[in-house]
Write a protein of this length. Structure first.
Length: 386
């Protein structure tokens, strides 16, 4: 992994905002969430494919990485639950997030030991998020997140089918302070400081054998970010980007860092689109494709012209890779994207296994280079004898 920056990508937190106004400038407060509220986003596949291209080939990037199957990120609000912090008096809101993606990495013909020069990868993520129901102002005082991601790699060498599994378990406990207002209008800005303690453990196994577990690692970090409420903007979302929605743009910039995020937030409080940048380069765009917000349906809100009443859920998906705000509804792409840093670590473990196989092969057959991700130009084509 990339040290401290990798752990920063494990920081999660939430901003809940409510927007109401009878004029062109909106005021923001707190929303009303209902058991069963669901948000589905697309866009993570682009990020995962880029990560695979960069980190999976032991120095030789694949010719291409193709996605198969469903890449949709689903977040569901599960009502109230006991808080994860015993010292906190009161209940917590709980949400779950699931994501699965299947990828095929393709290399140049006969450039690897893989059958058809292909590597099959599946990434499944399950996440639980807790935040206190009671809060002062628009930002939750703390957010606790448990994430379990299973990274499975399957490949065939000769006539032998092989698999490598890496399971990462990450607990992130974030506590916030700052000068955020209870309400704000377009043009306002404020600073949020977030202290996050992250405990992570990784276990691996080959071909369904016993798990090899690593020791738990705990790291603390403090991140400061500047939030700015911008102007209104119309975007197209949903299946085929055919639904036109009016949103308010909220930007988040990491103080002294290279990361920035932009959120397009619906008047009723949920994020419809997220864009993340690093050093000015777009790293990910997350877009809502399906959603149900029951509070909106119950009130039968009509949004017309300057008569706008609703909520803004600026949940920030600053996921596992850069630290700042991530909420149960949608975890900002930023957060999901950050998971890539530990995906990098997983890829490195696959490379280590490759190196170990090669070394064992040299011991038994000095003239026969062995490995998963590399292939000597003089290697015998008779891989079935491998």
């Amino acid at each position: 992994m990339r040290g401290g920056r990798s752990i920063r990508c494990m920081a999660l937190s939430t901003l809940i905002i409510l927007l109401t106004s009878t004029v062109s400038s909106a005021e923001v407060m707190s929303p009303e969430w209902t058991d069963g509220d669901t948000f589905v986003y697309v866009g993570y596949d682009t990020f995962a494919i880029e990560t695979m291209n960069q980190y999976l080939a032991n120095g030789t990037t694949p010719e291409s990485v193709d996605r198969i199957g469903n890449d949709r990120l689903t977040t569901r609000y599960n009502g109230n639950d006991d808080c994860t912090r015993s010292a906190w008096e009161g209940e917590c809101s709980k949400a779950t997030q699931t994501h699965g993606i299947e990828l095929i990495a393709n290399w140049t013909n006969q450039s690897t030991l893989f059958e058809s020069d292909q590597l099959f990868v599946t990434i499944n993520t399950d996440r639980q998020v807790w935040e206190p129901v009671d809060r002062i102002g628009i930002i939750s005082p703390f957010t606790d997140v448990k994430t379990i991601t299973l990274f499975s790699v399957n490949f065939t060498v000769g006539s032998e089918e092989n698999s490598v599994e890496v399971e990462a378990t990450i607990w992130s406990n974030s506590t916030r302070s700052g000068d955020w207002p209870e309400q704000f209008r377009t043009g306002d800005s404020w600073t949020v400081e977030e202290e996050t303690e992250t405990t992570s453990s990784i276990r691996t196994r080959e071909n369904g054998g016993p798990w090899n577990e690593t020791e738990k690692i705990t790291i603390s970090e403090v991140i400061s970010s500047i939030w700015t409420a911008g102007e209104e903007s119309e975007i197209y979302v949903g299946e085929g980007s055919q639904i036109k929605e009016s949103t308010t743009v909220v930007t988040i910039e990491e103080t002294g860092g290279l990361r920035s995020d932009k959120l397009w937030v619906h008047d009723e409080g949920y994020v419809l689109q997220q864009e993340s940048r690093e050093d000015g380069k777009v790293t990910l765009v997350l877009q809502a494709i399906e959603w149900s917000y029951n509070f909106e349906d119950a009130r039968n809100v009509q949004v017309t012209g300057s008569d706008r009443t609703g909520t803004i859920f600026a949940f920030i998906l600053v996921a596992i890779a850069f630290a700042t705000i991530l909420g149960w509804v949608g975890f900002r792409a930023y957060n999901i994207v950050k998971e890539a840093d530990y995906i990098d670590n997983i890829a490195e473990k696959v490379v280590d296994l490759d190196r170990n196989m090669r070394e064992k092969g040299r011991d038994s057959e000095p003239n026969q280079p062995r490995g998963l991700l590399s292939r000597d130009t003089e290697i015998s084509d008779d891989i079935d004898n491998f």
